[in-house]
Design a protein around this ligand. Structure first.
Ligand SMILES: [Zn+2]
Length: 280
Protein backbone atom coordinates (compact mmCIF):
# COMPACT_ATOMS: atom_id res chain seq x y z
CA UNK A 1 0.00 0.00 0.00
CA UNK A 2 1.26 3.48 -0.90
CA UNK A 3 0.65 6.45 1.39
CA UNK A 4 0.61 10.02 0.12
CA UNK A 5 -0.08 13.29 1.89
CA UNK A 6 -2.16 15.58 -0.34
CA UNK A 7 -2.76 18.35 2.25
CA UNK A 8 -1.57 18.99 5.82
CA UNK A 9 -4.24 16.73 7.32
CA UNK A 10 -5.30 14.63 4.36
CA UNK A 11 -3.81 11.29 3.36
CA UNK A 12 -4.43 9.04 0.38
CA UNK A 13 -3.76 5.30 0.50
CA UNK A 14 -3.40 3.36 -2.74
CA UNK A 15 -3.60 -0.41 -2.91
CA UNK A 16 -0.72 -2.50 -4.22
CA UNK A 17 -2.97 -5.56 -4.29
CA UNK A 18 -6.09 -4.56 -6.19
CA UNK A 19 -6.45 -2.19 -9.19
CA UNK A 20 -4.80 0.78 -7.46
CA UNK A 21 -8.00 1.38 -5.52
CA UNK A 22 -7.73 4.33 -3.13
CA UNK A 23 -8.94 5.28 0.34
CA UNK A 24 -8.49 8.62 2.05
CA UNK A 25 -8.28 9.99 5.57
CA UNK A 26 -9.06 13.45 6.88
CA UNK A 27 -7.29 13.89 10.21
CA UNK A 28 -8.92 16.28 12.68
CA UNK A 29 -8.49 17.21 16.35
CA UNK A 30 -11.57 15.05 17.10
CA UNK A 31 -10.51 11.95 15.17
CA UNK A 32 -10.35 10.84 11.56
CA UNK A 33 -12.87 10.61 8.75
CA UNK A 34 -12.04 7.67 6.52
CA UNK A 35 -13.25 7.81 2.95
CA UNK A 36 -13.58 4.21 1.76
CA UNK A 37 -11.49 1.22 2.79
CA UNK A 38 -9.24 -0.93 0.61
CA UNK A 39 -10.24 -4.30 -0.79
CA UNK A 40 -7.88 -6.49 1.22
CA UNK A 41 -8.27 -6.39 5.03
CA UNK A 42 -4.48 -6.42 5.52
CA UNK A 43 -4.18 -3.11 3.68
CA UNK A 44 -7.12 -1.55 5.53
CA UNK A 45 -5.52 -2.69 8.80
CA UNK A 46 -2.32 -0.89 7.77
CA UNK A 47 -4.37 2.31 7.34
CA UNK A 48 -6.01 1.77 10.73
CA UNK A 49 -2.62 1.27 12.40
CA UNK A 50 -1.18 4.35 10.76
CA UNK A 51 -4.08 6.57 11.86
CA UNK A 52 -4.80 5.14 15.28
CA UNK A 53 -1.30 4.09 16.43
CA UNK A 54 1.12 6.39 14.58
CA UNK A 55 -1.08 9.52 14.59
CA UNK A 56 -3.17 8.60 17.68
CA UNK A 57 -6.23 9.62 15.71
CA UNK A 58 -9.14 7.17 16.09
CA UNK A 59 -11.39 6.71 13.07
CA UNK A 60 -14.75 8.24 14.02
CA UNK A 61 -16.50 8.19 10.63
CA UNK A 62 -16.24 5.81 7.67
CA UNK A 63 -17.76 6.99 4.40
CA UNK A 64 -18.77 4.32 1.88
CA UNK A 65 -18.65 6.13 -1.48
CA UNK A 66 -20.56 3.21 -3.06
CA UNK A 67 -21.29 -0.42 -2.26
CA UNK A 68 -18.63 -2.13 -4.42
CA UNK A 69 -16.44 -4.65 -2.60
CA UNK A 70 -13.13 -2.99 -3.43
CA UNK A 71 -14.25 0.13 -1.52
CA UNK A 72 -16.29 -1.31 1.37
CA UNK A 73 -14.83 -4.66 2.38
CA UNK A 74 -12.77 -3.09 5.20
CA UNK A 75 -15.64 -1.26 6.93
CA UNK A 76 -16.04 -4.06 9.49
CA UNK A 77 -12.59 -3.21 10.92
CA UNK A 78 -13.95 0.07 12.36
CA UNK A 79 -16.57 -1.12 14.82
CA UNK A 80 -16.73 2.18 16.73
CA UNK A 81 -17.11 4.44 13.72
CA UNK A 82 -20.28 5.96 12.31
CA UNK A 83 -20.74 4.59 8.78
CA UNK A 84 -22.16 7.04 6.25
CA UNK A 85 -23.34 6.61 2.66
CA UNK A 86 -26.15 7.11 0.19
CA UNK A 87 -29.49 5.43 0.99
CA UNK A 88 -29.04 3.23 -2.09
CA UNK A 89 -25.61 2.17 -0.81
CA UNK A 90 -27.25 0.79 2.32
CA UNK A 91 -29.79 -1.11 0.19
CA UNK A 92 -27.14 -2.47 -2.16
CA UNK A 93 -24.75 -3.62 0.58
CA UNK A 94 -27.71 -5.35 2.20
CA UNK A 95 -28.45 -7.26 -1.01
CA UNK A 96 -25.60 -7.54 -3.56
CA UNK A 97 -22.91 -6.70 -0.99
CA UNK A 98 -23.95 -9.55 1.28
CA UNK A 99 -23.74 -11.91 -1.68
CA UNK A 100 -20.27 -10.77 -2.76
CA UNK A 101 -18.96 -11.09 0.81
CA UNK A 102 -20.41 -14.59 1.00
CA UNK A 103 -18.61 -15.50 -2.25
CA UNK A 104 -15.32 -13.89 -1.20
CA UNK A 105 -15.33 -15.72 2.13
CA UNK A 106 -15.45 -19.00 0.27
CA UNK A 107 -12.65 -17.98 -2.05
CA UNK A 108 -9.79 -18.03 0.40
CA UNK A 109 -8.48 -16.93 3.77
CA UNK A 110 -7.96 -13.23 2.91
CA UNK A 111 -11.65 -12.41 3.36
CA UNK A 112 -12.58 -14.99 6.00
CA UNK A 113 -13.51 -12.37 8.62
CA UNK A 114 -15.27 -9.82 6.41
CA UNK A 115 -18.86 -9.16 7.48
CA UNK A 116 -21.40 -6.81 5.86
CA UNK A 117 -21.74 -3.44 7.59
CA UNK A 118 -24.59 -1.18 6.47
CA UNK A 119 -24.24 2.60 6.62
CA UNK A 120 -26.25 3.78 9.64
CA UNK A 121 -26.48 7.38 8.47
CA UNK A 122 -27.76 7.86 4.94
CA UNK A 123 -29.08 10.59 2.67
CA UNK A 124 -30.99 10.57 -0.61
CA UNK A 125 -30.93 14.08 -2.05
CA UNK A 126 -29.00 17.32 -1.64
CA UNK A 127 -25.83 17.50 0.40
CA UNK A 128 -24.87 15.73 3.60
CA UNK A 129 -22.37 17.70 5.68
CA UNK A 130 -20.13 16.10 8.28
CA UNK A 131 -18.47 18.40 10.83
CA UNK A 132 -15.63 16.88 12.81
CA UNK A 133 -12.99 18.92 14.64
CA UNK A 134 -11.98 21.73 12.31
CA UNK A 135 -12.99 19.97 9.09
CA UNK A 136 -16.14 19.96 7.02
CA UNK A 137 -16.79 17.17 4.54
CA UNK A 138 -19.67 17.51 2.08
CA UNK A 139 -21.17 14.52 0.31
CA UNK A 140 -23.43 14.58 -2.70
CA UNK A 141 -24.95 11.95 -4.97
CA UNK A 142 -22.92 11.34 -8.13
CA UNK A 143 -24.47 8.33 -9.90
CA UNK A 144 -23.12 6.83 -13.11
CA UNK A 145 -20.43 4.38 -12.05
CA UNK A 146 -23.03 2.83 -9.76
CA UNK A 147 -26.52 3.99 -8.72
CA UNK A 148 -25.37 4.85 -5.19
CA UNK A 149 -22.07 6.66 -5.89
CA UNK A 150 -21.26 9.82 -3.95
CA UNK A 151 -18.35 12.26 -4.02
CA UNK A 152 -16.85 13.87 -0.90
CA UNK A 153 -15.39 17.36 -0.71
CA UNK A 154 -13.14 18.47 2.15
CA UNK A 155 -14.26 22.06 2.14
CA UNK A 156 -11.36 23.76 3.95
CA UNK A 157 -8.76 22.20 1.63
CA UNK A 158 -10.85 21.92 -1.55
CA UNK A 159 -9.77 18.30 -1.86
CA UNK A 160 -12.36 16.20 -3.69
CA UNK A 161 -12.60 12.46 -3.15
CA UNK A 162 -14.37 11.61 -6.38
CA UNK A 163 -14.46 7.84 -5.82
CA UNK A 164 -15.15 6.03 -9.11
CA UNK A 165 -16.86 9.04 -10.69
CA UNK A 166 -13.26 9.71 -11.73
CA UNK A 167 -10.91 6.91 -12.62
CA UNK A 168 -8.59 6.45 -15.62
CA UNK A 169 -11.56 5.39 -17.79
CA UNK A 170 -15.22 6.12 -16.87
CA UNK A 171 -16.84 2.75 -16.14
CA UNK A 172 -20.64 2.64 -16.18
CA UNK A 173 -21.49 -1.06 -16.58
CA UNK A 174 -23.14 -1.25 -13.13
CA UNK A 175 -24.55 2.27 -13.37
CA UNK A 176 -25.84 4.54 -16.08
CA UNK A 177 -24.19 6.16 -19.08
CA UNK A 178 -26.54 9.17 -18.95
CA UNK A 179 -26.13 9.68 -15.20
CA UNK A 180 -22.36 9.52 -15.62
CA UNK A 181 -22.38 12.42 -18.08
CA UNK A 182 -24.52 14.54 -15.73
CA UNK A 183 -22.32 13.73 -12.73
CA UNK A 184 -19.12 14.69 -14.58
CA UNK A 185 -20.71 17.89 -15.86
CA UNK A 186 -21.70 18.77 -12.28
CA UNK A 187 -18.00 18.77 -11.34
CA UNK A 188 -16.97 21.12 -14.16
CA UNK A 189 -16.15 24.72 -13.34
CA UNK A 190 -15.55 24.15 -9.62
CA UNK A 191 -12.17 24.80 -8.07
CA UNK A 192 -10.46 21.80 -6.52
CA UNK A 193 -6.89 21.77 -5.21
CA UNK A 194 -6.63 18.03 -5.69
CA UNK A 195 -8.96 15.30 -6.86
CA UNK A 196 -8.47 11.81 -5.47
CA UNK A 197 -9.74 9.28 -8.00
CA UNK A 198 -11.27 5.98 -6.88
CA UNK A 199 -8.48 4.17 -8.73
CA UNK A 200 -5.11 5.44 -9.93
CA UNK A 201 -3.14 8.60 -9.41
CA UNK A 202 -4.38 11.83 -7.82
CA UNK A 203 -5.28 14.66 -10.18
CA UNK A 204 -3.70 18.04 -9.41
CA UNK A 205 -5.46 21.39 -9.64
CA UNK A 206 -4.19 22.36 -13.08
CA UNK A 207 -5.28 19.04 -14.59
CA UNK A 208 -8.80 18.70 -13.19
CA UNK A 209 -10.74 20.51 -15.92
CA UNK A 210 -8.93 18.73 -18.74
CA UNK A 211 -9.45 15.38 -17.00
CA UNK A 212 -13.22 16.03 -16.76
CA UNK A 213 -13.29 17.14 -20.39
CA UNK A 214 -11.36 14.06 -21.48
CA UNK A 215 -13.72 11.69 -19.62
CA UNK A 216 -16.78 13.34 -21.14
CA UNK A 217 -15.13 13.21 -24.55
CA UNK A 218 -14.54 9.46 -24.05
CA UNK A 219 -18.23 8.89 -23.29
CA UNK A 220 -19.38 10.97 -26.27
CA UNK A 221 -16.94 9.34 -28.70
CA UNK A 222 -17.90 5.89 -27.44
CA UNK A 223 -21.55 6.56 -28.28
CA UNK A 224 -20.71 8.09 -31.67
CA UNK A 225 -18.49 5.15 -32.63
CA UNK A 226 -21.14 2.62 -31.58
CA UNK A 227 -23.83 4.45 -33.54
CA UNK A 228 -21.59 4.29 -36.58
CA UNK A 229 -21.04 0.56 -36.02
CA UNK A 230 -24.80 -0.02 -35.75
CA UNK A 231 -25.26 1.50 -39.21
CA UNK A 232 -22.61 -0.70 -40.83
CA UNK A 233 -23.25 -4.00 -42.65
CA UNK A 234 -21.74 -6.10 -39.92
CA UNK A 235 -22.23 -4.27 -36.60
CA UNK A 236 -20.57 -6.96 -34.47
CA UNK A 237 -17.37 -6.82 -36.53
CA UNK A 238 -17.43 -3.02 -36.53
CA UNK A 239 -17.84 -3.05 -32.75
CA UNK A 240 -14.65 -5.06 -32.33
CA UNK A 241 -12.70 -2.33 -34.10
CA UNK A 242 -13.69 0.38 -31.61
CA UNK A 243 -10.57 0.39 -29.49
CA UNK A 244 -9.90 2.53 -26.46
CA UNK A 245 -7.61 4.88 -28.42
CA UNK A 246 -10.38 5.67 -30.91
CA UNK A 247 -12.32 7.03 -27.92
CA UNK A 248 -9.38 9.21 -26.87
CA UNK A 249 -7.95 7.13 -24.00
CA UNK A 250 -4.74 5.21 -23.44
CA UNK A 251 -4.76 1.49 -22.66
CA UNK A 252 -1.83 1.77 -20.25
CA UNK A 253 -3.25 2.89 -16.84
CA UNK A 254 -4.10 0.41 -14.04
CA UNK A 255 -1.75 -2.14 -15.61
CA UNK A 256 -3.97 -2.51 -18.62
CA UNK A 257 -7.22 -3.16 -16.69
CA UNK A 258 -8.70 -0.09 -18.42
CA UNK A 259 -8.79 -2.09 -21.65
CA UNK A 260 -11.20 -4.59 -20.02
CA UNK A 261 -13.30 -1.74 -18.65
CA UNK A 262 -13.50 -0.22 -22.12
CA UNK A 263 -14.65 -3.49 -23.71
CA UNK A 264 -17.33 -3.93 -21.02
CA UNK A 265 -18.49 -0.32 -21.56
CA UNK A 266 -18.64 -0.94 -25.27
CA UNK A 267 -20.85 -4.02 -24.94
CA UNK A 268 -23.15 -2.39 -22.41
CA UNK A 269 -23.77 0.75 -24.44
CA UNK A 270 -24.05 -1.27 -27.65
CA UNK A 271 -26.85 -3.38 -26.15
CA UNK A 272 -28.58 -0.26 -24.91
CA UNK A 273 -28.38 1.59 -28.23
CA UNK A 274 -29.38 -1.48 -30.25
CA UNK A 275 -32.46 -1.97 -28.08
CA UNK A 276 -33.34 1.68 -28.57
CA UNK A 277 -32.84 1.32 -32.34
CA UNK A 278 -35.08 -1.76 -32.49
CA UNK A 279 -37.78 0.10 -30.59
CA UNK A 280 -37.86 2.90 -33.17
ZN1 LIG B 1 -13.80 0.77 -7.65
Amino acid sequence: MQRERVADDIYVFTSDLYAQVTAGAVVTSEGAILIDTLAFPEETLAIKNFLEKRLSCPVRVVINTHYHADHTFGTYLFGNALVVGHALCRELIDTRGRKSIEEARHNGPDFAHVIPILPSMVFRTGTLTIHLGDKTVELWHSPGHSPDSVVCLVNEDRVLFSADTLMPVPYFVDGSYEDFIRSLQALQGQTFETVVQGHGEVVLRGEVESKLQEDLEYLFRLQKNIEKALKSKNPDKALERIDIESCGKSRIPLNGIVQNLHVANLRTLYRQLRTAQLAE
